[in-house]
Design a protein. Structure first.
Length: 400
């Protein structure tokens, strides 16, 4: 293959969407369109699947009004994929990139997408194909290494915080009719999203009362005691657990095998929330609700954090600038320069240092004994989520 540098751009969106993923896409399009040095701007339809099938659209033909609407739209406007790169895919991908005259590949995605981008960069380099791969972070799980936080997290975390505040007041209002709730949120390997449920807690009686995070193995007896104590004190109790929260001996509920394993070898179990809800109902003899917001937590436009939206676009624009400066094989990172006032700038992290890594919550954010988080986590997360409403209570007696 020729070592000549092509100037065309290809943008790929990959993995689970976020409420602000299209802000990064529009940031790339807007910045690349405003600068010299780029040829055509292509977008792969449904990521690697579309690229392999030769499905790409001309992003320069998208009107300004349409792009403004796309920027405010959840889901991946180009279409996403969870396809794992296979050895047989590589020559086809390089052929497609050659056909498109691609010199710059921008990948908007999470952990698995980093590995895919790195693999493509290495394969292209091994055959002398001039290709600059720049990764733009995107994940509500907030578990990418090399960045303070990830675009998409702040908005999903805002949803979880608001949903928990509302679910807590609902359980408190229902009393004996339905006093306990377990909310299961996303978070395959890290508890960042579940921990965000604590951001709206302003008094001890406020939800949540217990957290189930992958970083802290859950002792079922202690979990039940903590929930029972909250229920006896306040007349209601709410727990928020990550979908892959673990017990002392592994998966909660003793499941030996996952019901599904994806192409990236990620196991999926029935879910910690349902198991813990059934356990509480059996032992406490009260009605326990299990809530699973599912994809709503990553797609509710009404919960978009202004900071998250702004930073997602900034990351997309920065990717274009870094590409023009000659950077390749890197991820755009968000670097927190100050806490009060909150200030964040962009930087870069080599893909080799990001691929295959999972950024879990640090120990100083976790209260292991209470199954909760410490104030340090709130200081970290609140600027990303934005102001939350202040609820009130009437001065009425409440007994369980």
């Amino acid at each position: 293959m020729s070592a000549k540098r092509n100037t065309n751009v290809l943008v790929v969106q990959s993995g689970g969407p976020t409420p602000v993923i299209n802000r990064s896409l529009v940031g790339i399009i807007s910045e690349a369109s405003a600068r010299r040095g780029f040829g055509k701007l292509h977008g792969a339809v449904h990521g690697l699947d579309g690229l392999l099938d030769g499905q790409a659209i001309d992003l320069r033909k998208q009107g300004a009004a349409a792009l403004a609407r796309v920027a405010r739209t959840p889901g991946a406007a180009l279409g996403s994929t969870r396809r794992k790169l296979k050895p047989a895919d590589v020559p086809v991908i390089l052929e497609r990139l050659t056909e498109l005259g691609t010199g710059y590949l921008f990948v908007i995605g999470g952990n698995d997408s980093v590995e895919t981008g790195l693999a493509i960069a290495r394969e292209a380099g091994s055959v002398g194909f001039g290709l600059s791969v720049i990764h733009i972070p995107k994940t509500i799980d907030n578990d990418l290494a090399g960045t303070d936080h990830c675009p998409g997290y702040g908005s999903a975390a805002r949803f979880v915080a608001l949903a928990t505040m509302g679910a807590g007041r609902d359980a408190e209002a229902m009393g004996q009719a339905s006093p306990i709730a377990v909310i299961e949120v996303m978070g395959r390997d890290a508890g960042w999203l579940a921990a965000a449920s604590a951001l709206g807690k302003r008094a001890e009686r406020d939800a949540p009362h217990v957290l189930g995070l992958p970083e802290v193995p859950v002792d079922e007896d202690r979990f039940v005691r903590l929930m029972e104590d909250a229920y006896r004190r306040y007349g209601f109790a709410v727990a928020v657990v990550a979908e892959n929260a673990r017990g002392l001996k592994g998966v909660l509920g003793g499941q030996a095998r996952p019901y599904r394993v994806d192409e990236f070898d990620h196991p999926y179990f029935e879910g910690a929330g349902g198991y813990l809800a059934r356990l509480l109902e059996h032992l406490l003899k009260v009605r326990v609700r299990c809530e699973r917001p599912g994809t709503i937590q990553r797609s509710l436009a009404a919960c978009v954090s202004p900071t998250d939206a702004e930073e997602a676009e900034v990351a997309g624009r920065a990717a274009v600038r870094y590409a023009l400066e000659g950077h390749a094989g890197v991820m755009v990172s968000l670097v927190r320069e100050s806490e009060r006032p909150y200030h964040c700038v962009v930087g870069i992290a080599p893909l080799e240092q990001v691929a295959g890594q999972v950024k879990r919550m640090p120990g100083d954010y976790l209260d292991h004994g209470r199954y909760f988080v410490r104030p340090a986590f709130a200081r970290y997360a609140r600027p990303l989520v934005g102001p939350l409403p202040l609820f009130g209570r009437l001065d009425t007696p409440r007994t369980p």
